[in-house]
Design a protein around this ligand. Structure first.
Ligand code: SAM
Length: 227
């Protein structure tokens, strides 16, 4: 029987150079690339002259689509899954497909690379021996409950947030976690305007009130007793 493989391939989070040689080789060798958005990934694929056919697989893809992909994998087609940026599955589509594929005996092969969580963490200056990744801050319900749950946390917490909600989020965090909690906001990682804002919740909130930040961002909250 032929080996049935689904490669989960990390792609850059901004800087096109942040992709591994193995990722490029795999993307060239597979029969089909499953993209979160084929038009977004076209920029990367063209840059590396990857001519492999693509099809879309995103968060709105039905379970029928996942089943159809798994049928093709079982017939021997080699496939790679990529998202718009970073590591598939990390606040990006992948999980349901990986579950379905594993249940059908398909090998899941990770091709590691960029992810905003780790890039932000390693440069934050906050403890990174242990950390808690909580994905996106909820847009509406559950925000206060989330912030309450991290109030006494002794590990560094990593969250994703959109620039439209950052002020609201920091304001609410300040109310619940207090003015003096250390935070870092990592913006535009690996890009031209990469910036790390380090300070207390009160300082960063005041700074962002006068200079609203733009671009993609990661919020890191220091452990409760971090000075
Ligand atoms: N799969 C991606 C990863 O591995 O990091 C995350 C995808 S998620 C849909 C997009 C969010 O990740 C953004 O809203 C932002 O919070 C964060 N992010 C992605 N790229 C970033 C970058 N270059 N700088 C800062 N944050 C980034």
């Amino acid at each position: 029987m032929e080996t049935m493989n689904l490669y989960v391939v990390s792609t850059p989070i901004g800087n096109l150079e942040d992709i591994t040689l193995r990722a490029i080789r795999v993307l060239k060798e597979v029969d089909l690339i499953l993209c979160e958005d084929t038009r977004t990934s076209r920029v990367l694929l063209n840059h590396y002259e990857i001519k492999t056919p693509t099809t879309s697989f995103h968060s709105y893809s039905t379970s029928a689509k996942a089943d159809a992909i798994v049928r093709e994998l079982k017939s021997g087609k080699q496939m790679a899954l990529i998202s718009d940026a970073g590591t598939p599955g990390i606040s990006d589509p992948a999980y349901t497909l990986i579950q379905t594929a594993l249940a059908e005996g398909i090998n899941i092969i990770p091709i590691p690379g960029a992810s905003a969580v780790l890039a932000a963490l390693v440069a934050s200056g906050l403890p990174m021996d242990k950390f808690l990744y909580l994905g996106f801050v909820p847009a509406k319900k559950g925000r206060a409950t989330l912030f309450e749950s991290i109030k006494d946390e002794q590990r560094t917490i990593v969250l994703y947030e959109s620039p439209h909600r950052i002020l609201k989020t920091l304001g609410q965090m300040k109310e619940i976690l207090g003015d003096n909690r250390t935070i870092v906001v990592a913006r535009e990682l690996t890009k031209l305007h990469e910036t790390f804002h380090r300070g207390t919740l009160a300082q960063i909130y005041a700074d962002f009130t006068t200079h609203p930040p733009k671009g993609e961002m990661v919020i890191l909250v220091g452990p409760k007793d971090f000075a």
